[in-house]
Design a protein around this ligand. Structure first.
Ligand SMILES: Nc1ncnc2c1ncn2[C@@H]1O[C@H](COP(=O)(O)OP(=O)(O)OP(=O)(O)O)[C@@H](O)[C@H]1O
Length: 228
């Protein structure tokens, strides 16, 4: 479902952040992206959801070449992809319900469908009872659960997460991982950049290690492989 073919990315300042990556991820896989700080993980993740485009090479999601699509087609592409960030990126003046509904309103989903789907995903992340709360009234773990609900509300084929547990205490981090696990069990591909050694070593999945913008290791049920 996701292919990188000889992908390179250099930034304007000359930094080569991704150096010739070839990769195939199957539908339904769960993949951790690990590596030292500055290794190129975030760049790799941003390429995947077309926040940035490669300097060279091709990235295909479900056969669609991300470099070839026009700017106006990007929202359509994003329907296939859910994105979760370390800092949640919720809209502070909107309630939990409205934050999730917003993702469906922008793709002009029918109001009846929106209501049903928002309550379904809030139920999945166990936050139905907080639907009327503002993000500032929630803990960090709860805010991240809202952001996951938002990322999956339009049934994407892949959820891409950049350090989703980076700001959370261990208990909240594990509750977030349980949700990702459940999403993956339902058939959604999950790609997650993380520095969380404990999680990678205890919830075994495919591990891709990046160093200097290159894949240096790719193992099924791998270890984190670096000191914490
Ligand atoms: N917008 C940018 N402009 C120029 N250089 C950048 C930009 N973003 C990242 N870089 C550089 O590209 C390289 C890879 O950065 P990236 O953020 O992808 O690493 P990372 O593995 O995600 O690091 P971390 O674990 O610290 O988040 C680094 O040398 C970084 O300084």
């Amino acid at each position: 479902m996701l292919d990188f073919k000889n992908v390179w990315k250099s930034y304007k300042n000359g930094v080569m952040a991704v150096n010739g990556i070839d990769l195939h991820i199957n539908k339904g896989e769960f993949v951790y992206i690990v590596g030292p700080s500055g290794a190129g993980k975030s760049t790799f993740i941003k390429l995947m959801y077309r926040e940035i485009v490669p300097t060279k090479g091709e990235i295909l999601i479900d056969g669609v070449n991300l470099a070839k699509i026009k700017q106006r087609q990007v929202p359509k592409l994003r329907r296939k992809i859910g994105v979760v960030f370390q800092d949640y990126k919720l809209l502070p003046k909107l309630t939990v319900y409205e934050n999730v509904a917003f993702a469906l309103e922008v793709i002009e989903e029918h109001p009846k469908v929106i209501k049903k789907r928002v309550m379904e995903v809030l139920d999945l992340v166990k936050l139905k009872h907080k639907a009327r709360s503002l993000p500032t009234e929630l803990s960090g773990g709860e805010q991240q659960r809202v952001s996951i609900a938002r990322s999956i509300c339009n049934n994407p084929s892949v959820v891409i997460a950049d350090e989703p547990t980076g700001n959370l205490d261990p208990d909240s981090a594990w509750s977030i991982m349980e949700i990702f696990d459940r999403i993956n069990d339902n058939g959604t591909t999950v790609v997650m950049a993380t520095h969380n050694r404990d999680i990678v070593n205890n919830m075994k999945r495919r591990v891709i290690a990046i160093e200097g913008g290159m894949i240096v290791r790719d193992e099924q049920r791998g270890d984190y492989g670096y000191e914490a």
